[in-house]
Design a binder for this molecule. Sequence first.
Ligand code: FAD
Length: 318
Amino acid sequence: MKVIDHIKNANGRTLFSLEILPPLKGENIRTLFDNMDPLMEFKPPFIDVTYHREEYVYKKKENGLLEKRSTRKRPGTVGICAAIQNHYKVDTVPHIICGGFNKEETENALIDLQFLGIDNVLALQGDAIKSEAKFMPEPDGHRYASELVEQIVNMNNGKFIDEDLQHATPTNFCIGVSGYPEKHFSSPNLKTDLKFLKNKVDLGAEYIVTQMFFDNKAYFEFVDKCREAGITVPIIPGIKPITAKVQANVLPTIFHIDLPEELADEIEKCKDNAAVKQLGIEWCVNQSKELMKFGVPLVHFYSMGKSDPIYKIARRLF
Ligand code: FAD
């Protein structure tokens, strides 16, 4: 079922959903299921699965020279989505990225998803390759998520790349896109960022999932600004429990987000990571309660491979 229909069917009740990462190459899918099993108690209507592009590693050869190799450390997004749908009978949302794909490869990947009975995709630009300073599209690939949205909408209308392809069966994907309450890092300002976000919605995106935030004020103001800009689709808040002291610096570095002073001060006072984890749970519960009171359609949790704190949070809310 489509994400947008899950939201409609909830009739204003706030739902629980989560984002997971495919396991590291070589790990067993059973580990992933063991991690997810407890969370099924909260009946997520759908689960997002991230996509991780290739990165370059350097291997020392016998002659002492370094060999540059391309590798994907977390392959399997599509397989994991199909396995989850099979195992739990829960809808999945694979993340589809521009990076590393040309348009033909994107089309073929979407055909695979259609055949697997996957009804949703989150269309993204995707992160830059780790060793590269900025995102670079493939030759004949997409630069912006909006172009990816356009291609999926075309396929939903039966329009494929090969113009000679007559009577192609249209796909029927519900398309989500990302939004940034604290602005995307490469955007000159929030107003410009919102202009491009509106463009993705105008092209056919049916809902938005936000980057993580730790201050609900950022989300509330973002929603207000989106509505003022004429964006009417559901805006799903994404939040993450802090689990380690080091995240006070790592999360702002990676995700270009702020931690409120109060949270940063409390983290600093924690004796160890067990205390940080408990603080993260309390912070997330309070954030979620306020978001639910505001009437958000879902609270979407970024698990980043750790289900235990999310379980403790969800038990107190859902
Ligand atoms: P876009 O919407 O393409 O925007 C990128 C930047 O370009 C923005 O600054 C925007 O304002 C600007 N822009 C957009 N259109 C134009 C235009 N026409 N002209 C000029 N500027 C423009 N990354 C992964 O690799 N894998 C994942 O699974 C993944 N999942 C994510 C899930 C969520 C909920 C979020 C919030 C992010 C995720 N990311 C993921 C990270 C994301 O790919 C990066 O943040 C990326 O830099 C931006 O992606 P986007 O789709 O928002 O980009």
